[in-house]
Each structure stands twice: as structure tokens, then as C-alpha cells.
Design a protein around this ligand. Structure first.
Ligand SMILES: [Fe+2]
Length: 335
């Protein structure tokens, strides 16, 4: 009995290469918190996790080239467009679990069960507390000439900005979307650089008054070890855009089982684990991303942002609009 326990314990730590169950994940996510979640999953299930991290395009190309003999079991991305794109290309297989499908609000998962959300994020506007009298209340406002020289936003190569413009394309069409991208580009405080957190930090440095960021980065700044990050947060206020119309642009991070995956049962187990109430609450604490399953209490930090109406209308139209969004960014010279 003792020996069995010891063997199990060692296998759990991943030290014994016996025929331990494993799960091979291709992921676009870049957060240390994920490693904690994987460790907990391995400890509970005995399934060892192997990771390949890369950008979405690279991961999809890889899955495409490995079609005959899939080298990964689960694709994890930071937007719905990539997952829909992979599903349309026939690279994912339905998880087939009704219990899993029932965990999410309508529209937040793939209708055919090829992928499910793990976490949700909102693309929000923040502005200098003391320097902006009439802050923008919609994404359209970011293009208003009254904010000339004042907008801080990252590069158009970011899937977060591509997804935002894709949502504007879905809601308002190409003319409005092109005018918007032109207006924002003309309003930029500086050429796009850095990540979302750098835009918030730039407000505190006085480089601009208004920035665009994913919501969870505000949570990461709040818990940062760098006092300057926490001070940056004190200098800003958060706006959830478009509250009187379609709602604030949201996207999900999520995953789907790769077609023909050798470890599809392990992949399903992981999807169930990540979307369990415990891990949903853990993610809210670790990364400040929003839970995607019902009845999970927001954290104190999330509550401090206030509640908001998310735009659930066009999550599944992002994939078909992303290519055009990238074209518009290039056309208007948004780096
Ligand atoms: Fe991110």
C-alpha cells in the first residue's frame, strides 16, 4: 500500500516517465497563473500537462501541418475568432459533453461544441482622473478630434485590437470602421508601443490622457509588486464603453479539442476542470479575468470597477471580420 501511494505521488510530480496520462496543450496564453492551474489539474487528475506556447497563427499552422498525426490535444487561444477559425478549418472536434455545454451563457461557447470559453475579458477605456473633463463613453468617442494627441493604444498586431475593430465592423460596417481607425490613429499620443499595461502607465507619466486596455490588466497592476504600477492605477478612472447601446466589447480566452487528438478524454477533463466553480474563482483572483460560468462572485478588485453590460452580440462574427480589420489597420497606417 505504501509503495503504491509513493509511486502515485511521484508520478503526480511528473518525475516518473511511466505510462502516465498526459495532455498536450498548444496555447497562446502568456500568464504565470496558468502554470498554477496546470499544477493543480495534475495534482487532482494525475494527468501530466505538456505545453507549447506560441502565437495563434503559428499554432494553427502547426495543427494544420500535423493533421495526419496530431501532436497536441487541446488548442487554447485568447480570442473567439481564432477558435472559430480553427473550427471552420476542421481542426477541432466537438467535446460532446452536454454537462459542459450547459455551463455558459448563450453565445459564449461554440454552438457545435468545438470550443468552450475559459475566461472573459472586456476591452475598456481608462482616463486620467484629473485631466479629462468629458471622458469618452463609447469606442466611437476615441476617434473624436477633441482627443487629438491624447489616445494611448497598442499596436494593431495585437489580437485584442483586431478583435475590437472586428466588432465595430460587425456592428457598423466597413465605412464606419475605417473612419474610426483613421480617427483613432490621428488622435494617438505616440506611435503604438508596448502592451496594454504600458498604456495605463503612460497616463501616469503624462504621455497621454486616455488609454485602451483589457480589463484584467487593471487587476494585474493592482496586485503588482512595483509601487509605480499601483500609483498608475490611482491616477486613472475606468469607463466601460457603449453602455447605452450594444455594450462593452468582450472576448474570451478558451479552448477546443484538436481533431484526432490521442488524449481527447484528458482534454475534456481539463475543459471541465477549468470551467469548474473553484477554478473559475481562482482565475478571477489570479489574473482578474472574468468567470465565464454562472454564479461566480466577482473579486473585490473586479467589484471596484463597477458592473457593466457586455456585448454578447458579435462574438461569433469576429472571425469573419478579422481579416478585414487587419486590412483597415494597414490602410490607415495604424502600426
Ligand atoms: Fe493579455
Amino acid at each position: 500500500m505504501k509503495t503504491t501511494l509513493l509511486t502515485l505521488a511521484i508520478a503526480t510530480l511528473g518525475l516518473v516517465p511511466i505510462s502516465a496520462a498526459e495532455l498536450r496543450i498548444y496555447t497562446e496564453r502568456h500568464y504565470d497563473a496558468d502554470l498554477k492551474v496546470f499544477e493543480r489539474f495534475t495534482a487532482e487528475s494525475g494527468i501530466e500537462v505538456k505545453l507549447v506556447k506560441a502565437g495563434a497563427n503559428e499554432l494553427i499552422a502547426r495543427i494544420e501541418s500535423e493533421k495526419a498525426s496530431p501532436q497536441a490535444d487541446l488548442l487554447v487561444t485568447v480570442d473567439a475568432a481564432t477558435l472559430d477559425r480553427a473550427a471552420t478549418a476542421g481542426l477541432l472536434q466537438p467535446h460532446g459533453s452536454e454537462a459542459l455545454a450547459g455551463r455558459f451563457p448563450a453565445g459564449l461557447a461554440a454552438a457545435d461544441g468545438t470550443w468552450v470559453p475559459f475566461t472573459m475579458r472586456a476591452r475598456v477605456i481608462v482616463h486620467a482622473k484629473d485631466r479629462v473633463e468629458n471622458p469618452p463613453t463609447t469606442y466611437a468617442d476615441l476617434a473624436d478630434p477633441r482627443f487629438r494627441g491624447n489616445i494611448l493604444i497598442r499596436s494593431s498586431t495585437s489580437p485584442y485590437n483586431q478583435s475590437l475593430l472586428a466588432s465595430i465592423l460587425a456592428a457598423d460596417g466597413p465605412e464606419v470602421a475605417t473612419a474610426w481607425a483613421t480617427g483613432v490613429k490621428n488622435n494617438m499620443a505616440r506611435p503604438p508601443q508596448g502592451g496594454d499595461r504600458d498604456q495605463v502607465r503612460a497616463i501616469a507619466l503624462g504621455l497621454g490622457d486616455i488609454a485602451v486596455t483589457n480589463s484584467y490588466y487593471l487587476g494585474l497592476l493592482a496586485t503588482s509588486e512595483d509601487p509605480k504600477d499601483r500609483a498608475a492605477l490611482d491616477a486613472i478612472r475606468i469607463v466601460f464603453p457603449n453602455q447605452s447601446d450594444r455594450g462593452t466589447h468582450i472576448n474570451i480566452s478558451g479552448g477546443g479539442i484538436i481533431k484526432g487528438a490521442a488524449n481527447s478524454a484528458e482534454a475534456l477533463k481539463f475543459m471541465e476542470f477549468v470551467t469548474s466553480p473553484e477554478v473559475q474563482a481562482l482565475y478571477q483572483t489570479l489574473t482578474a479575468e472574468f468567470a465565464v460560468t454562472k454564479d461566480i462572485e466577482p473579486t473585490e478588485i473586479q467589484k471596484s470597477w463597477g458592473s457593466f453590460k457586455p456585448d454578447f452580440t458579435n462574438l461569433h462574427q469576429l472571425a469573419e471580420n478579422t481579416e478585414e480589420a487587419i486590412k483597415i489597420f494597414n490602410l490607415v497606417g495604424w502600426q
